[in-house]
Write a protein that binds this ligand. Structure first.
Ligand SMILES: *[C@@H]1O[C@H](CO)[C@@H](O)[C@H](O)[C@H]1NC(C)=O
Ligand SMILES: *[C@@H]1O[C@H](CO)[C@@H](O)[C@H](O)[C@H]1NC(C)=O
Ligand SMILES: *[C@@H]1O[C@H](CO)[C@@H](O)[C@H](O)[C@H]1NC(C)=O
Ligand SMILES: *[C@@H]1O[C@H](CO)[C@@H](O)[C@H](O)[C@H]1NC(C)=O
Ligand SMILES: *[C@@H]1O[C@H](CO)[C@@H](O)[C@H](O)[C@H]1NC(C)=O
Length: 508
């Protein structure tokens, strides 16, 4: 008797489920979250029964607002009226009709939402950085910086929601932050210190992954990369050598980025490229900017125009891997990260900003020298870029010295920089290209070390005397590991920002 009673009850429950899908928010909305503040409007969505009416109530300390949601094909969606930075608010979604239901998100703040993407150096945990215990202990002081992490998932087709959440929206505790991205957190924390209003951080990244995995088929098509090649044995990092479907075209775009498109965001930061030093290296100057373009267009469309069509995109130029490495793709990859300009933003990559990191090597990193532990300087440099580019703060310098003019002659070369510089003679990493005839230089040309002879406020003169043939080009810091920690020859005058690497041809 008892058994039969249970059985019939189960039938009733499952029948009810079939008719009325569970009323809820999509996976990445939750208590303690940060929604994008005004002037943008936050988009909220979830699941509902098609035959119901849904509205959303935003309840703050002073005001209560109610807005109707749009219901279609099992989902509801609402674009909130603009809300200024602050909070907390409770956001309640109500399903009216025969299947009345409601769900409330509590302690919701409005601020700027930043997405953090990339591979292992973005994944790199706060518990592994230098001074980790001090950084972790600071966490509770920053209760207006909120964190969220997507789970590692891949998919052959585009998903509309995250299959799984690794860390739901949370206040930063020492324990949770130990498992959160150091660069993402430190960027958010430094940004909060200058903005003074809430910052939401969405971490969606995976170690050992090439840019192709994070790119949509549209973006790959732009660079003729739609053919899937066998990339399963990339070996940039010894512990990432297992064959992995996570490297396949678009699989992470499909499962870890596409689901987020309907959320309004302020911008994105990105730390990736190590994998591509061994895979489609020569295409990265196309594939990386193409991915940025495509993310921008897609987030803009997914949010119904709320996320800017040219949202700010910050990235870290590759740091270092092997001290003695001669040819391992790092210099080329760094150059491709800037679409061949050497700096960012540039005409091809507008509204981007770059943190140079090649002067932050860490030979003794217990997680491999490809994972330097100083993420504070990386995040600090990114934050400077965000302030200048994303927030248009005047007077913030965020780019290291870059040549505006290079005058090559047969016995010396004069380099004129964009800004005042500080120079040290500790190491010779200018190199001249010495060719038999007047011809363009390549990586295979003869490159000779060119010592600095003298320097001025914003110029450097290097010797070309060692070239007995034709002086055809100049490059700087063109190697995986150009200098010891913060000991490259050229910095900004205040010694804060390293000169990025460059290469230049006399006979292009
Ligand atoms: C949100 O809901 C919680 C719990 O129901 C309540 O304690 C709090 O006062 C509410 N906050 C606002 C701003 O309405
Ligand atoms: C409706 O939703 C289903 C499953 O969520 C999806 O497969 C289908 O493509 C959707 N249809 C439309 C018109 O959006
Ligand atoms: C990280 O996560 C693990 C389990 O997932 C947990 O045991 C640990 O306490 C967390 N925090 C730190 C700081 O590692
Ligand atoms: C998310 O945005 C895409 C692109 O605009 C749209 O096709 C999709 O229906 C949206 N999903 C929801 C649940 O609103
Ligand atoms: C670690 O802390 C020491 C002492 O405060 C400081 O000098 C050093 O710069 C810090 N290192 C990093 C990477 O922040």
């Amino acid at each position: 008797m008892v058994g039969r009673y249970v059985l019939s009850l189960l039938c009733v429950v499952s029948a009810a489920n079939a008719v009325w899908p569970e009323f809820r928010f999509a996976s990445y909305y939750g208590d303690h979250m940060v929604l994008q503040k005004a002037p943008e409007r936050a988009v909220l969505w979830g699941y509902a029964s098609d035959r119901s009416k849904v509205f959303v109530i935003l309840a703050g300390q002073q005001e209560i607002k109610k807005q109707a949601a749009y219901v279609q094909n099992g989902t509801w969606r609402v674009t909130l009226d603009p809300v200024n930075a602050g909070g907390p608010y409770n956001v309640t979604a109500v399903q009216q009709g025969p299947a009345h239901a409601q769900v409330t998100l509590t302690d919701v703040l409005f601020g700027d939402v930043w997405l953090c993407g990339g591979q292992s150096n973005m994944v790199f945990l706060l518990s592994k950085v230098f001074n980790a215990s001090e950084e972790l202990a600071l966490a509770p002081k920053f209760s207006h910086v909120r964190i969220f992490m997507a789970a590692l998932e891949l998919s052959k087709k585009e998903l509309i929601d995250l299959p799984k959440v690794e860390m739901p929206w949370s206040l930063p505790s020492t324990e949770l932050l130990g498992n959160f991205s150091a660069v993402c957190w430190l960027f958010g924390r430094y940004l909060y210190e200058t903005l003074g209003y809430p910052v939401g951080l969405v971490e969606s990244c995976w170690g050992g992954t090439p840019v192709e995995a994070w790119s949509s088929p549209r973006a790959l098509h732009k660079c003729s990369l739609e053919e899937q090649e066998d990339n399963s044995y990339l070996s940039v990092s010894p512990n990432e050598m297992e064959p992995s479907p996570k490297r396949d075209n678009s699989v992470l775009w499909n499962a870890m980025i596409h689901p987020l498109l309907n959320m309004t965001i302020q911008g994105a930061i990105w730390y990736q490229g190590e994998d591509n030093t061994q895979y489609h290296l020569d295409k990265y100057g196309c594939s990386f900017p193409a991915m940025i373009d495509d993310w921008r267009a897609s987030f803009h469309q997914g949010s119904g125009g709320q996320t800017a069509a040219d949202f700010p995109f910050g990235f870290v130029q590759l740091s270092t891997h092997f001290k003695g490495a001669v040819k391992d793709g790092f210099p080329e990859l760094r150059w491709h990260q800037t679409a061949g300009y050497g700096f960012s933003p540039n005409p091809r990559m507008q509204n981007t900003f770059m943190a140079v990191a090649l002067d932050l090597p860490d030979e003794g990193s217990p997680w491999g020298s490809i994972h330097p532990r100083d993420k504070q300087d990386v995040a600090h440099r990114l934050t400077l870029g965000a302030r200048a580019v994303a927030y248009r703060e005047k007077g913030v310098s965020f780019q290291g010295p870059f040549p505006v003019k290079v005058l090559l002659s047969q016995d010396s070369i004069n380099i004129f920089y964009t800004q005042a510089i500080s120079v040290s003679l500790s190491i010779t990493i200018f190199e001249i290209c010495c060719t038999k005839v007047q011809e363009p230089c390549s990586s295979d040309s003869k490159w000779l070390p060119a010592p600095i002879m003298q320097w001025g406020r914003s110029s450097v003169q290097v010797s070309a005397a060692m070239c007995e043939e034709v002086v055809s080009g100049l490059r700087y810091a063109w190697r995986d590991w150009p200098c010891d920690f913060k000991a490259c020859p050229v910095y900004s005058a205040d010694q804060e920002l390293p000169a990025p690497p460059f290469t230049t041809n006399r006979w292009p």
